[in-house]
Each structure stands twice: as C-alpha cells, then as structure tokens.
Design a protein around this ligand. Structure first.
Ligand code: ZN
Length: 227
C-alpha cells in the first residue's frame, strides 16, 4: 500500500516527484521502528503566494515546508526552491524528510504534545540537517534552562529568529549521541495529551537518569569545548 498521496499530481517537474518522495519516506521510516506506518499527503507549491494561501498566513523567506496535524505537507516544489526562498535547490530532500519526520513523531507520540525543541530537534537530526550547525562557528546565546523556554509554540515563535532551531538541533543530537536514538524515541512515547513541564521532566529523569538541568549544563560545557 502506498503511504504517500500527491495532491496536485498533475504538476510537472524535472524529476519524478512521487519516486523522489517515496525514497525519502523509506529513509525516514527506517529511523522509526513503527509497525504501522503513517499515511501522508503532499501539496507542492510553485510560488510563495500559493504556499501562503494554503497556510493561511504570510510566511517568511526561509519557510519552505509545513506539516499540519492531519498529515498534510505543504512544500515548495523542488524546481522552485531557490527561486522563492533563501534555500538552495539541493536542500529539498532534507526539508521534505524533516516534514515527514514530524508526522512520524506525531504518530510515535500518539498525537500527544511533544515540546517544540524536541520535535524540531529530532526532525532535524533524522533529516540530516545537523551538519550545517556543527560546521558553523557562529556563537549561541543560551538562556538558563533553555529547554523550558523552547517548549511551547509561543516561546518557540518568539525565539525562532534567535537561534531556536540551532539549539534544539544540537541539544537533541547531543542527547542522541550520549544516550542513543532509542531513548529519545522512548521519551516521545511518554508524552501526554497536554504538555506539562514537571511531568515531562520526570520522564527525562527516569529515562536518562539525570535531571534535565544537568543535561543542559553538560551540553553547554561540551559546546564550549568543541569550538
Ligand atoms: Zn519542523
């Protein structure tokens, strides 16, 4: 059975979009050990205005993909990536993998609330988007108890232009390298219908054997050593 439906399947492109999307889907599915694979639909946009119209808001120049709770992915068409965004055409596969990863994370979480830093950080790790941050020498300004300021949509949106993606990506990758991807997946299965920080932090302590504050401090010390 096919897991992907292309909503505007008459759309033309240099490559076979369906094959390309299916190859990316298989790669993402390989990182999650789900017995029941999610179905998803993809709508390709050839202009910023069409993307904005579908999302019902004015998007920023770096925004090229979006996943809604009903497993629908809106994404800029790969032949138009560089024309309508700040991304290069070659980033398309990573961005589509990132959006698909959100759908897998939502399935793994049984549609419970995953804090933004973990959801975005894991999607980036799965999509192979870590290197762009490990390669850049740019300094981070890290708040005390940073995960507590990157959990809700309001806090995330406030910090999205202030390095939220970078910190989320590097901290999640730090946890994966220290504790394995399986432990991160386990943490996602322990989320609840409503996100409540004390409960989430209890799960972190149970799974990783350390309070989240200590893990944040370890991450900062480690980041300062690497540069
Ligand atoms: Zn994302």
């Amino acid at each position: 059975m096919k897991n992907i439906t292309i909503l505007n399947n008459k759309i033309r492109s240099r490559d076979n979009l369906e094959q390309r999307a299916e190859a990316i889907f298989s790669r993402v599915a390989g990182s999650f050990k789900l017995s029941d694979l999610p179905n998803m639909s993809i709508l390709f946009h050839t202009s910023r205005s069409s993307f904005d119209k579908s999302l019902g808001r004015k998007t920023q120049i770096w925004e090229v993909g979006n996943t809604s709770r009903d497993n629908k992915i809106d994404i800029i068409h790969p032949d138009y990536f560089a024309k309508v965004s700040s991304h290069t055409d070659s980033e398309f596969d990573q961005i589509l993998a990132h959006e698909m990863a959100h759908i897998f994370i939502n399935r793994l979480a049984s549609a419970n609330q995953v804090p933004f830093w973990l959801n975005e950080g894991l999607a980036m790790n799965i999509a192979g988007q870590v290197e762009r941050y490990t390669k850049s020498n740019e300094a981070m300004f890290i708040e005390e108890r940073f995960t507590s300021h990157l959990a809700t949509r309001m806090d995330w949106d406030e910090r999205v232009n202030g390095g939220a993606y970078k910190i989320a990506c590097l901290f999640t990758t730090f946890l994966i390298e220290k504790f394995t991807l399986d432990k991160i997946m386990e943490l996602i299965t322990k989320t609840e219908k409503n996100y409540y920080a004390p409960h989430f932090e209890e799960s972190v302590l149970r799974i990783f054997g350390k309070p989240i504050q200590d893990l944040e401090n370890d991450f900062v010390s480690c980041s300062n050593k690497i540069s």
